[in-house]
Design a protein around this ligand. Structure first.
Ligand code: GDP
Ligand code: MG
Length: 710
């Protein structure tokens, strides 16, 4: 007989650590909620008959987040033999909330009291026998990290599965509520399996649409239940879901009081002491800014930057490219093949891979912040600000990762519970300059603004403003409406980052980036190389006579109102869709340079000659805000679907155009170039933006905010 054990628990309670122990795999763990979004399966070490499933971390079985839906669909539809409920024993209050719901599913539950090592170290006490009898299920003490209690857990779980003993689900609510649940149970008894009746009855009282829909109730049943719900809500003067939640919490607090004793002496933990400073109202932001400056200083200005320079200048510039060129010549390869391999593939893919070292350093630092627990604090701190614009503090994490590369940034948006926030974050993350956009910023700053750092600062500032503005604009659109979910961010205790965790998280993100270079970029480079090396009659030509040139010349008029409507700038923008740093390489090719360094110093003279300060800045803004590279568009498609992705790209293009237009045209107007038809166009764009920003929002705005402390 195959036994399926499902690991369920709150985010960060140690499920993945336990899963890795049980199955011998190395899944990515992290001290940050939401690392596991999909469920993972593995066979128990030493017993192939037992299959273990790691479910995503969840706080409850309500249908608010994708994690909750994945977990609950698995439990209700696939019905594993046993649920191992991993509970963070240092935080019973919060963890038992899910436990009571898991028990309600009617599937036998074994509670694994994890982190027992920490409990014991703190000198706290938990009465396992009493807890077990109050909850009505087996309870086992374990430490996934220290590998304590593993055998006992497995034996208990397997025995529970084998005995299939009929579980009596405890009545945990007040008599009044229990009576109502019993009434609803009677009505739906025929449609449900006996052990799931209570689960569905509770869900009906909570007005959970998904559960209701799956029951296929008759109109009469629906009417009866609706009457019961209405009565309940009038009697308790609250909505169904809140009534159940409150009673659940009441029950849990009595259970916790009866079964656990905190060591009074322990007082304020070190974590709490650190948090007093780090999440302090006044110090939080300056500390955060300091941390970020340090992160970028290490990853971009110093160590990461040096490594990237080495890869670009030495590895590719002096070794691979000349090496490949001379080798191809020596074996007598055709000119076109030589050009294809050297100029198309190696330079193109190399331009992208050149950023890898810098990005790896950044990802390592972000993984350290994540694993030690600081990232969760950042979400908490930023929520105070983002909340005002209708976004969640958790949107900030993808944006931060997006400063390295938009692809993992967009992927990180998955950890956001609320669907609309998640989609908006996936759409706006790439407004923040990723590391591939830095060379463009450096070029414009160097060529036209005397290398002023303010150009870079303004680029990040514009990115943040664009995200906030888009948050406000998009939130009001029909397609992003949805029930607001409570903002719950967990503040796990700080601990030293683990080497393995950091390495795994870094390699996951780096892989996403390398994959983009190996696939999308490879193809796109080949295509652009072809378009820029051949004429319509398929003769090999310079870029100035190429197909790409004629396409760009045909469409460059669109950009005239932005101040840079020539074909060169248009070609550069188009090649930017392969990878943003291509903008520089393209300018290099166009101005006939053989090699362009990171800051593009060789280009400064040419660029200064073909742009004014204003048109260069407008070019920069457009390239920063317009649709990201193909790889990031691919990532958006995964998160948003085809239609959503199309909408996102369209939105980004229009938004980038409108902002660049306003900047250029108002800039021209205020520097005394008169009021033209284009100025009028800019006025219209500005009015449009303002309209979308201030139009009334008809949707419900209330949102509960809660910070949970572990
Ligand atoms: P998940 O989110 O539930 O999958 O949790 P993870 O397995 O990623 O673990 C979250 C954090 O808790 C990691 O930093 C683990 O090292 C740590 N952790 C897990 N189990 C234990 C344990 O038994 N004791 C201690 N002290 N830490 C643990
Ligand atoms: Mg996990």
């Amino acid at each position: 007989m195959v036994i399926r054990l499902a690991l369920a628990g709150n985010p960060n309670c140690g499920k993945t650590t336990l899963f890795n122990n049980l199955t011998g795999t190395t899944q990515h763990t992290g001290n940050w909620p939401g690392v596991t979004v999909e469920k993972k399966e593995g066979k128990l070490k030493g017993n192939k008959e037992v299959i273990v499933t790691d479910l995503p971390g969840i706080y409850s079985l309500s249908p608010y987040s994708p994690e909750e839906v994945v977990a609950r669909d698995y439990l209700i539809k696939d019905k594993p033999e046993v649920i191992i409920n991993v509970v963070d024993a240092t935080n019973l209050d919060r963890n038992l909330y899910l436990t009571t719901q898991l028990i309600e599913t009617g599937i036998p539950v074994v509670v694994a009291l994890n982190m027992i090592d920490v409990v014991e170290k703190n000198g706290d006490q938990i009465n396992v026998e009493k807890l077990s009898s109050l909850l009505g299920c087996e309870v086992v003490k374990i430490s996934a990290l220290k590998k304590i209690g593993m055998d006992n857990l497995i034996t208990t779980a397997v025995n529970t599965a084998k005995t299939k003993k009929k579980f009596l689900i405890k009545q945990i609510f007040s008599d009044k509520l229990e009576k109502i649940i019993a009434d609803v149970s009677t009505i739906i008894a025929k449609q449900t399996e006996e052990h799931q009746t209570r689960w569905y009855a509770v869900k009906l009282l909570e007005k959970d649409e998904q559960a209701t829909a799956s029951l296929l109730l008759t109109a009469q049943q629906k009417a009866e239940i609706e009457k019961i719900v209405t009565n309940l809500e009038t009697e308790f003067d609250d909505d169904g879901e809140s009534i159940i939640t409150n009673e659940r919490y009441n029950y849990i607090s009595t259970v916790v009081k009866d079964t656990s004793k905190k060591n009074k002496k322990s007082g304020l933990s070190t974590s709490d002491k650190i948090d007093r400073v780090v999440t302090n109202r006044w110090l939080a932001l300056p500390i955060f800014a300091g941390v970020m400056v340090l992160v970028y200083y290490i990853s971009i200005s110093t160590i990461g930057g040096w490594m990237t320079d080495w890869v670009n200048d030495i590895l590719f510039g002096e070794m691979l490219i000349p090496g490949a060129e001379s080798w191809l010549t020596s074996v007598g390869a055709a000119d076109w093949l030589n050009s294809f391999i050297v100029n198309g593939v190696i330079s193109g893919v190399g331009a992208v891979l050149g950023f890898l070292p810098q990005m790896i350093v950044l990802f390592i630092l972000l993984a350290i912040l994540e694993d030690c627990g600081y990232m969760a604090r950042i979400a908490f701190i930023m929520d105070r600000i983002f909340r005002k614009f209708g976004l969640s503090g958790k949107s900030f994490i993808p944006i931060m990762i997006g400063t390295g590369c938009g692809v993992p940034g967009i992927m990180a948006s998955r950890t956001i519970e609320q669907e609309s926030d998640r989609k908006i974050t996936a759409m706006t993350t790439t407004f923040i300059p990723c590391s591939a956009k830095i060379p463009i910023i450096a070029l414009i700053a160097g060529a036209l603004f005397g290398g002023s750092v303010w150009i870079a600062v303004s680029a990040y500032f514009i990115g943040v403003i664009a995200i906030i503005m888009s948050g406000i604009i998009l939130k009001k659109m029909e397609r992003f409406s949805g029930t607001p979910a409570p903002f719950v961010v967990e503040l796990p205790p700080y601990h030293l980052p683990g080497l393995k965790t950091v390495a795994l998280s870094t390699s996951d993100r780096a892989k996403a980036f390398i994959k983009k270079a190996g696939t999308v970029i490879f193809v796109a480079c080949a295509l652009i190389w072809f378009l820029s090396s051949y004429s319509w009659s398929l003769q090999p030509v310079g870029i100035e006579d190429s197909i790409l040139e004629s396409i760009s010349s045909a469409i460059c008029g669109i950009f005239t109102p932005l101040g840079w409507g020539d074909w060169q700038a248009t070609v550069a923008t188009i090649t930017g869709f392969i990878a943003k740093e291509n903008v520089l390489g393209t300018f290099g090719t166009l101005f006939g340079l053989s090699e362009v360094s990171d800051g593009g110093e060789e280009l400064w003279g040419f660029v200064a000659a073909s742009f004014t300060q204003l048109s260069a800045y407008s070019f920069l803004i457009f390239n920063l805000l317009c649709a990201p590279c193909f790889a990031a568009i691919g990532a958006m498609r995964r998160e948003l679907g085809n239609k959503g992705c199309l909408f996102a790209v369209g939105y980004q293009m229009v938004f980038a155009y409108a902002v660049a237009l306003c900047v250029y045209q108002f800039g021209m107007f205020f520097t005394g170039h008169g009021f033209t038809a284009y100025t009028m166009l800019a006025v219209i764009a500005l009015v449009g933006i303002i309209y979308f920003l201030v139009r009334p929002d008809k949707r419900l705005k209330s949102r509960k905010v809660e910070a949970l402390r572990t």
